[in-house]
Design a protein around this ligand. Structure first.
Ligand SMILES: Nc1nc2c(ncn2[C@@H]2O[C@H](COP(=O)(O)OP(=O)(O)OP(=O)(O)O)[C@@H](O)[C@H]2O)c(=O)[nH]1
Length: 300
């Protein structure tokens, strides 16, 4: 039994590719959000849950704020805006660059509107050679927004600065009931984590344009008495030519994607997984509101 008496709801926001999912995973201590070196990886808001002492931290990993170019993009931007309501604190994650860009300015404006305390986290400090560079980043942000509750340089990849960050976040905890049961690290259904893992492997294995035009649906998720999980997965893509690339010569690409995904899914589920994968063409699905909703990218 845990002795949770407080909760802290925290939004992790920032431009695409700054490391929001990496930070959420590092704090949760488990891979609940997919990570890639391509922007706009995260499409939905994802909760990551960490219990420490008497406090449950609920971290909201948000899609990177970007200029929307499709209905799916519109939805992602809306998710970011809404995820700044009703939380105790915002973490604005930024690159170690001494320039405040448009996405950061928009997010800071929204944080100010919500009257939220904001911690500036400068990520990827493992890539910064000189301390002076970091001071220049701090100066640039402090000039644009003098009201940061704290400024913490971190490396989500190496784990640097994360203890200090958790200590600061603990200060925003409020007395309240435990929101997520012990052992639960995310609000995503297991099938959603599986679908997202397949999407992550496509981002890893294929050129940028193709995975951004895919959606992944788990059409069967069943557990045998022995604990083995059977998964049927359908990948939707936008063009017949993309389908050919995803499948690859002699099916090699889809085999690679599936086996990488299966390995991670087995780790997350803690059991053996049998997976079958299909690829289907669904033209212009990113602008098809009903299809977007059917994929779980809905407003609730
Ligand atoms: N060097 C370095 N790279 C990092 C660090 N944190 C994240 N990255 C890399 O940055 C890239 C983007 O990371 P994600 O966690 O997917 O970024 P995100 O902000 O969630 O991206 P979106 O979903 O596109 O908004 C990946 O290649 C990560 O490995 C860090 O501390 N140091």
């Amino acid at each position: 039994m845990s002795n949770i008496t407080k909760t802290a709801m925290i939004t992790v926001c920032g431009r695409p590719n700054v490391g929001k999912s990496s930070l959420t995973n590092a704090l949760v201590g488990e891979k609940i959000a997919i990570v890639s070196n391509k922007p706009q990886t995260t499409r939905n808001r994802i909760y990551g849950v960490v219990n420490r002492g008497d406090t449950q931290f609920v971290l909201l990993d948000t899609p990177g704020l970007h200029k929307p170019r499709s209905r799916l993009g519109d939805y992602m931007v809306k998710v970011v805006r809404e995820s700044l309501a009703d939380v105790e604190c915002a973490v604005l994650l930024v690159e170690p660059i001494a320039h405040v860009g448009e996405p950061e300015k928009i997010l800071l404006e929204r944080i100010r509107e919500e009257k939220l305390p904001c911690i500036l986290c400068i990520n990827k400090i493992d890539t910064v050679a000189k301390k002076d560079e970091l001071l220049a980043v701090i100066a640039a942000y402090s000039e644009v927004y003098p009201d940061f509750a704290a400024i913490v340089p971190i490396s989500a990849r190496k784990g640097d600065g994360l203890e200090e960050l958790m200590g600061l976040l603990a200060g925003y905890a409020q007395e309240g009931p435990q929101l997520f049961p012990d052992g639960m690290t995310t609000d995503q259904a297991d099938s959603q984590v599986c679908a997202e893992t397949v999407r992550e492997k496509m981002l890893l294995c294929l050129d940028k344009e193709i995975p951004h035009g895919t959606a992944v649906e788990v059409t069967r998720f069943s557990e045998r008495d022995s604990g083995i999980i059977d998964l049927d997965v359908t990948i939707y893509c936008e063009k017949a030519s993309h389908k050919g690339i995803i499948i690859g010569k002699n099916g090699e690409m889809i085999k690679r994607i599936s086996s990488l995904a299966r390995r991670d899914i087995e780790k997350f589920m803690g059991t053996k997984v049998y997976m079958e994968t299909w690829v289907k063409v669904k033209e212009n699905w990113r602008d098809n509101v009903n299809f977007i909703r059917s994929q779980g990218y809905n407003e609730n």
